[in-house]
Design a protein around this ligand. Structure first.
Ligand code: PLP
Length: 381
């Protein structure tokens, strides 16, 4: 029904979901589906975490909204929780409402702080759909209809140290990278690539930003994916699951960047009390249940099993923690449909990659059943 009213029709008619709990989703007829996609990573805690729901209800009754000109205790509490999870240098936070806004802020902060124009991003990278973030995004289909985009952006092949080193120079404001590319097909950085990005940006006076909108908050087996490689950015971009499903974006940076920033930037709803209350609850659950460890353990199990899929059907299995990609030798859409028939909802990444990013709270039995269903549909072809 909403298909006729929305600007865009859904790509295809999936089930109409009315309720969710953990990795379980129910349609109006009461049929249960297992969520293997967590709404592109928003649902690390499932799509209706009781702790987050309670925090939102409590906050709504107390203070639904108040402008950023006022100091709101719950915002302070959220910022303290968030920076408490990060390296000490990353302790200046700008809050917004989505991933693309958080990327925009990173680009503006970097250009303003360095006084330089150039932004270096990676081929196959995805950073959002507003003009700055889209200019950093790689895929032609996303970019072309909206050109001209913002000038000054260049793309280098992901994991190509020489190309990155050559592209970053004294005119570069920012190098913007996903440690694990999600939309682009689940490609994991090499340690050398991140190390080279850090070394070259430091040497030239450029800034390094990691876009962890999809990889953050435990998804890849660490609280933040960059921890695995021991490379610290100047800017960290977060969104999706940061507030347990409530809209939020965060751009975290250093005092040095903040001090060099000239100009202004603002978001009316950024850091609103509801998002902050949801964020406190989401971070508390993630830390209490050490969900990154669960992602690491379940991810290893899933990868091991997916590794046994027939090589005549599967080119490669990639990923980190519970962000996994199965590159097929055929188109992924028919497989997704067959999974849905069996009650499992997964996602594509491009036309041939089956992307798995279930809620980190998924029950082991549900994950096992999901993997069995994948074995069945891939195996049968
Ligand atoms: C890595 C990355 N950056 C940015 C974005 C944009 O986030 P949003 O859709 O909240 O604007 C996404 C969304 O998929 C993403 O995966």
């Amino acid at each position: 029904m909403s298909g006729e009213l929305s600007f865009f029709r859904p790509a295809r008619a999936g089930p109409v979901i009315v309720r969710g709990e953990g990795a379980s989703l129910w349609d109006a007829s009461g049929r249960r589906f297992v969520d293997l996609g967590a709404s592109h990573g928003v649902g690390n805690l499932g799509c209706s975490s009781p702790e987050v729901v309670r925090a939102i209800q409590r906050q709504a009754a107390e203070l639904l909204y108040l402008g950023t000109g006022y100091d709101v205790p719950v915002r302070r509490e959220f910022l303290e929780r968030l920076v408490g999870l990060l390296p000490p240098a990353l302790h200046r936070v700008f809050l917004s409402n989505s991933g693309t806004e958080a990327v925009e802020a990173a680009i503006k902060f970097a250009r303003s702080a360095t006084g330089r124009p150039k932004v270096v991003a990676a081929m196959r990278g995805f950073h959002g759909r507003t003009y700055g973030a889209l200019s950093a995004t790689w895929r032609k289909e996303f970019r072309e209809p909206f050109e001209p985009l913002v000038p000054g952006f260049v793309h280098v092949p992901f994991n190509d140290v020489d190309a990155l080193t050559a592209a970053v120079d004294e005119t570069t404001a920012l190098v913007l990278l996903e440690p694990v590319q999600g939309e682009g097909g689940v490609h994991v950085t090499t340690p050398e690539f991140l190390a080279a990005a850090r070394a070259r940006t430091s040497a030239t006076g450029a800034l390094l930003a990691f876009d962890e909108v999809q990889t953050g908050m435990g998804r890849t087996g660490r609280m933040f994916a960059f921890e695995r490689w021991g490379v610290e950015p100047d800017l960290l971009v977060l969104a999706k699951s940061l507030a347990g499903g409530f809209p939020i974006g965060a751009t975290v940076t250093t005092e040095n960047v903040r001090a060099r920033f000239r100009g202004s930037h603002h978001s009316t709803f950024g850091g609103n009390p509801m998002a902050c209350a949801a964020g406190v609850a989401a971070l508390d659950v993630t830390v209490r249940d050490r969900l990154w460890e669960r992602a690491e353990r379940l991810g290893e199990y899933a990868r091991e099993r997916l590794g046994h899929l027939p090589p005549e059907k599967v080119r490669e299995v990639r990923g980190q923690g519970l962000l996994l990609g199965v590159e097929l030798r055929e188109r992924v859409t028919p497989l997704l449909e067959r999974l849905e028939e069996r009650g499992f909802l997964a996602l594509p990444a491009g036309s041939t990659v089956l992307r798995l990013l279930p809620p980190l709270v998924i029950l082991e039995d549900d994950l096992r059943a999901g993997l069995e269903a994948i074995e069945e549909v891939v195996g049968r072809g």
